[in-house]
Design a protein around this ligand. Structure first.
Ligand code: FE
Ligand code: FE
Ligand code: ZN
Length: 276
């Protein structure tokens, strides 16, 4: 059985997120390391983190997922902005390292007309710097929809980053909406997509999933999330993903357009699917 949860607001701190997660039947959750629009972050409170960690252990939580800011672009064109983004990444890792077993997921970046190859080199450089800190955090590259000049819209681009940064603390987070929008048919051919993922990236690198339906058809490269069963992927296909034998014991995070009651319903729905 996977761990199920959703994206939560971090404004009340870590212990509050654990409490909220429990109240909606979750045993994992995701949060932004800083305001998704800005780049400032308040210092984490060690007492709050200790309380959260104790409660998570007592309640059998799986690994939780920190999500880097959308504005952090490791392959932006301007060298100064790029250096700042690399600094944000390194600081984020130090911050979440206080939470035991925390995964840190981020969007690889947009190369903005520099070309994917240049962009991948810049992302790799920032990752090498950040990972040189030897912190107990696994960093996850998120599979992207490939909109604009986004890097990570194909499994091959993620493989290129993994090849450039030989670290066991680098993995991948698979977003069902994003790969669907990127042209991977998880509704019609889940086995084929997972085989390709395993061949190119390696299932051993997969550390978390984002479970979202998509407002757009296969290959649309749009990245608009829909509630489960209200999009083009559909409930049956998403049910096959969360019950797939190769994907058990991983945290699965909802990023659907919901408030807490909607998340509680969707988590209950995910738990109701049985491996067939
Ligand atoms: Fe994301
Ligand atoms: Fe996502
Ligand atoms: Zn998305």
């Amino acid at each position: 059985m996977p761990f199920f949860g959703c994206h939560l607001s971090s404004t009340g701190g870590f212990a509050a997120m654990v409490k909220t997660a429990r109240s909606i039947g979750a045993d994992t959750f995701q949060f932004f390391t800083r305001n998704p629009r800005g780049s400032r972050a308040k210092a984490p409170d060690p007492g709050d983190i200790q309380n959260a960690a104790g409660e998570m252990q007592a309640q059998g939580f799986g690994p939780v997922v920190a999500h880097g800011s959308y504005t952090m672009n490791l392959c932006t064109r301007d060298p100064e902005a790029r250096a700042f983004a690399a600094q944000v990444l390194a600081e984020d890792l130090r911050r979440v390292a206080l939470l035991p077993g925390c995964l840190y997921n981020f969007h690889p970046g947009s190369h903005v007309a520099q070309g994917a190859e240049v962009g991948i080199g810049q992302i790799a450089q920032a990752l090498e710097q950040a990972l040189a800190q030897e912190l107990p955090v696994t960093v996850l590259l998120e599979t992207m929809a490939g909109k604009g000049s986004e890097i990570g819209g194909s499994f091959r681009e993620l493989r290129a980053i993994l090849d450039a940064v030989p670290s066991p603390r680098l993995g991948v987070c698979l977003d069902t909406c994003h790969i669907w929008d990127g042209g991977y048919d998880i509704a019609g051919n889940l086995e084929g997509v997972l085989e390709e993922f395993d061949r190119v990236v390696g299932l051993n690198r997969l550390k978390a999933l984002h479970i979202n339906d998509s407002k757009n058809p296969l290959g649309a490269r749009k990245d608009r999330h829909a509630c489960l069963g209200e999009g083009c992927i559909g409930l049956e296909a998403l049910g096959r993903v969360v019950t797939h034998p190769a994907l058990q014991a991983l945290p699965m995070i909802l990023e659907t357009p919901n408030e807490l009651p909607g998340y509680a319903r969707e988590i209950a729905l995910l738990r109701s699917f049985k491996i067939s």
